[in-house]
Design a protein around this ligand. Structure first.
Ligand SMILES: [Fe+2]
Ligand SMILES: [Fe+2]
Length: 294
């Protein structure tokens, strides 16, 4: 790392940290002897999370780019600092998901096809006007914030997830909540158009879900589970059943389409506080792993 990058990341850390969005430098190490499947001892559900992990690095790069394009229009010092924190957090998320993806690849669960399909979907979205791309980003950030809230409040999730891999998802979820308003505030600044937000739903679903199902099916097939109906049924139930993890996120989705929506209307500050303490407090699970703590 050269001096300029080092100084740049230091400034970004300080700017983000002053507004409660600190990009925390953490290097996750995944235990070689951790169970093969990270969720519910089930291949189908675990590979869904692997696909999500494959989606994050290109997806988060798209989020950052769609905001960066408008950066020079931001004059408010607070929002500037929040954008810095957001960019810093997303960059580290991508790096650590790359690390998890490399770990999964070593175990024969290669997420490359997920990365390729999401890149193809994002390439389609990148052909849209810049303001529509930013609207799509605000929708996806609403989805990730909803996913994060669910993950941090759902005891079922913690029961099913492998402890060695759990903290990565918890740290990522906490930071998603910390920066959940940033892209929306930038979008408000450059002209929030309700019709663009309505359009974001079919655009994002149309661009990304085919790749999600293709790569998920491909990974299940490579795992030799295509005809393991028990595993598939269990996995689908864990995610999409009546009490499934994804099912429980769906009620939070419609909020986004209200004309006067703002991510902060859903107050998650107590939840964030609780998890900051749990992960980075005095006896926090990640306290000593946080390399650039203030
Ligand atoms: Fe993220
Ligand atoms: Fe995010």
């Amino acid at each position: 790392m050269n001096a300029v990058t080092r100084i740049g990341s230091k400034v970004r850390r300080l700017a983000g940290a002053t507004v409660g969005i600190p990009p925390r430098q953490i290097d996750f190490h995944f235990a070689e002897d951790s169970p093969r499947y990270m969720y519910g001892n089930n291949a189908t559900a675990s590979l869904h999370f692997a696909v999500l992990s494959g989606f994050f690095p290109p997806g988060e790069m798209f989020f950052v780019e769609s905001v960066r394009r408008y950066r020079e229009r931001i004059t408010d010092q607070r929002l500037k600092a929040e954008v810095s924190g957001f960019i810093g957090q997303e960059a580290i998320h991508s790096r650590e998901h790359d690390r998890l993806n490399a770990f999964l690849k070593e175990r024969g669960m290669d997420t490359a096809v997920a990365e390729k399909t999401v890149k193809a979907g994002l390439w389609l979205l990148s052909k849209l006007p810049a303001s529509q791309q930013l609207a799509c980003t605000t929708f996806m950030e609403h989805f990730t914030a909803s996913l994060a809230e669910q993950l941090l409040t759902d005891e079922d999730f913690r029961r099913q997830a492998v402890p060695e891999l759990l903290t990565l998802w918890e740290w990522h979820a906490l930071e998603e909540l910390e920066h959940k308003s940033v892209t929306y505030d930038v979008y408000n600044l450059v002209g929030n158009r309700w019709y663009q937000r309505l359009l974001a739903l079919p655009l994002v679903i149309g661009a990304l879900t085919p790749g999600l199902f293709i790569s998920w099916s491909w990974m299940v097939a490579r795992e030799g589970k295509t005809t393991d109906w028990k595993d598939i049924a269990e996995g689908l139930s864990l995610l999409l059943g009546r009490k499934g993890f994804i099912t429980k996120i769906m009620p939070l989705m419609p909020e986004y389409f209200a004309r006067d929506f703002h991510p902060a209307q859903r107050d998650t500050s107590e939840l964030e506080k609780m998890w900051r303490e749990k992960l980075f407090g005095e006896n926090g699970e990640l306290k000593h792993a946080w390399r650039n703590a203030g």
